[in-house]
Write a new protein. Structure first.
Length: 475
């Protein structure tokens, strides 16, 4: 007599965690597919597949088990371990690191140098964090006194003024690369950070030189963070931002601190965590209180995105009005060199994409919000192809197209044809930038354009041609 096989064991832990997170298995599959798409994977999870993991205790292969852990941790806003989800220890390859791994260190010179002794994990999966893990450091940096950073080590020699000049040039070039071509050079920028971190740990320098080195380090980490964010590598981006925050604090640079916090807020808003985004935006505003007007206006503009993600029109309008008010202040205090790209066009574009997000939250006010959005986005979207910043022009060109398509969906008889034509025009201009700009987030926006222009393609030859051309050029 053949023994019967035991029935499959249900994964009760996964079932319970999904219940606590308020996620249906189909929703989990969709979020996993979004994460896979952002990572560049062609893999697709069928909406019913998670039922097999729950009822049959199956363990998916590849990176999917770790992505499930990441999705659940984000939905629950708390740390979730591999063992909690799958009921077994991890046996495949190195475990992913959380973005804040090993960063629970004192906010002094020793803490910063200890953190720099750990290599940045550019070839290892880094999981994004939420809640206090990302907002805690933001508030801590505001309460800590800047350390005195000096070193008597002489393994790498003494840091001289000519060397500082070379380092400043590398920092500026890294920022220009990001503005013009996006994340194509992110490996090079990461290498420059590693070289500078080694210098901080091994060279000899006085306190003033230490502050300059820390400021350069913070800017390289901030640039690497934005490049990782733009490449949809959210965990690594957070890791870079947290390191940048430490270095900006050691540099006693409130303007740079505020800029980093505002970028962290924008990332949280983009990831769908508005409460984190609002806290980080508040911290950025506090850090920027005594900085140059250009920095305060940038922080206020970036803060509008947190209110947009929260669907808070009153808060959005307040921050936008603050942005414009700061711009009208006397321009007698020079801003930092890294803020040289900030002008009215860029600030308007930031607010413009926030208005597109707000319109999704507030359908009754959609007409007014989208009208404001298209006006604010237009100038940046139509940046000449031989001018900087091309990455921003690509991204906001895609947002402008989405704004026109959203207006088109309202079926207003007087504007439908115009909105479609303007969306097609904005999309085609954005497409011309693709050969020179590396930006996964912008490509993802153009994929959204592809999906949303499809209904119009049934009745418009121009939309059909655009749809064909988009599918031909987008990965």
């Amino acid at each position: 007599m053949v023994a019967e096989e035991p029935p499959p064991q249900a994964n009760n832990s996964l079932i319970e965690l999904l219940h606590r997170a308020g996620l249906r298995p189909e929703t989990l599959a969709r979020r996993l597919n979004t994460a896979l798409e952002r990572s560049g994977s062609n893999r697709h999870i069928h909406e019913k597949t998670p039922y097999r993991w729950m009822r049959g205790g199956e363990l998916p292969h590849g990176d999917v088990p770790d992505l499930v852990v990441q999705v659940l941790a984000g939905a629950l806003s708390t740390e979730v371990t591999y063992e909690q989800v799958w009921g077994r220890p991890r046996t495949r390859g190195p475990a992913p690191l959380s973005a804040d791994h090993g960063s629970d260190l004192p906010w002094d010179a020793t803490g910063l140098l200890s953190l720099l002794g750990e290599p940045v994990p550019t070839r290892r999966t880094v999981l994004a964090v939420t809640g206090a893990a990302i907002t805690g450091p933001a508030w801590a940096v505001l309460d800590q006194s800047a350390p005195i950073l000096r070193s008597a080590a002489d393994e790498a020699g003494r840091v001289t003024p000519p060397l500082l000049k070379v380092i400043a040039g590398i920092v500026t070039q890294a920022q220009e690369l990001d503005d013009q071509q996006g994340g194509a050079a992110r490996g090079y920028v990461a290498d420059q950070f590693i070289a500078l971190a080694r210098l901080l740990r091994r060279a000899s320098y006085d306190a003033e030189t230490g502050r300059q080195l820390a400021a350069a380090l913070a800017q390289l980490a901030q640039t690497s963070g934005f490049m990782a964010f733009d490449a949809t590598d959210d965990g690594l981006a957070q890791r870079w931002y947290l390191i940048a925050l430490r270095a900006a604090h050691a540099a006693a640079d409130p303007a740079l601190t505020a800029s980093i916090l505002a970028l962290m807020s924008n990332q949280a808003a983009d990831r769908g965590h508005p409460l984190d985004a609002l806290q980080l935006a508040n911290a950025a505003q506090q850090a920027s209180r005594r900085t140059a007007p250009v920095v305060r206006s940038l922080v206020a503009a970036r803060s509008t995105l947190a209110y947009a993600a929260a669907g808070d029109l009153t808060g959005f309008n307040h921050m936008h009005e603050q942005t414009l008010s700061i711009q009208n202040e006397p321009d007698d205090e020079p801003g930092p060199p890294w803020a040289g790209y900030i002008d009215r066009v860029e600030l308007d574009a930031i607010a413009g994409r926030g208005l597109v997000v707000l319109a999704e939250h507030l359908p009754r006010q959609q007409t007014e919000l989208l009208g404001r959005a298209t006006r604010l986005l237009h100038a940046r979207a139509y940046t000449p192809r031989d001018a900087a910043p091309q990455r921003s022009a690509l991204r906001h060109g895609a947002w402008l197209s989405l704004a026109h398509l959203a207006a088109l969906r309202q079926n207003k008889p007087t504007s439908t044809t115009d909105d479609l034509g303007r969306s097609i025009e904005a999309t085609r201009l954005a497409m011309t930038r693709l050969p020179v700009v590396s930006s996964a987030r912008s490509v993802a926006l153009l994929h959204r354009v592809t999906a949303e222009v499809e209904p119009a393609a049934r009745r418009s030859p121009a939309a059909r041609t655009l749809l064909r051309d988009l599918r031909a050029v987008l990965p």
